[in-house]
Design a protein around this ligand. Sequence first.
Ligand code: 5GP
Ligand code: MG
Ligand code: MG
Length: 183
Amino acid sequence: MEQIHPDVSKVILSEEDIKGIVARMGAEITKDYAGKNPLLIAVLRGAVVFMGDVMRAIDCPLGIDFMAVSSYGDGAVSSGVVRIVKDLDTKIEGRDVLIIEDILDSGLTLKYLMKNLRSRRPASLEIAAFLVKDVPGQETAVTPRYVGAHVPDEFIVGYGLDFAERYRNLPYIGILKPEVYGK
Ligand code: 5GP
Ligand code: MG
Ligand code: MG
């Protein structure tokens, strides 16, 4: 039984849960990209942990690359207007591109990125989201091809996900206590 961080109210996905989910997603991706050489693109920094795990669960030749974006506005609510802070080092024209995302909330960030990447003419462009946040009345702006798990409309940390750059190293997915982020 792992020790739960005192700022976390509840563990939603344990390390074992995560292993199972990643294996299942890796198998799905392996099947769909058989005979291809996809380029996995993760958006820094939250998706690096999932990237590290899922790439090892995919059994076909692949490449990886990273982008960093910063959103305009106060950052509390996703505006969907993002600035590319670090662009790809790889040309994606004609490549099968799979975006590796930690958590999809409104989906506005990825909608913008998809549009940007699509203009570079990849052969295909899909999303693998480890988590999708279920917000009542909200439809995500993009539809991920691969989804790990759905999470409730709470502030999620761990497995790469931060609050103020903390908690990324927690090996599980948990709900951050509202008093920690001052809700
Ligand atoms: P979207 O544009 O889909 O609304 O925002 C997605 C991004 O916001 C995620 O990639 C992540 O960086 C951040 N985000 C959204 N919800 C959460 C959350 O519950 N916890 C954390 N740590 N980040 C979140
Ligand atoms: Mg992200
Ligand atoms: Mg963050």
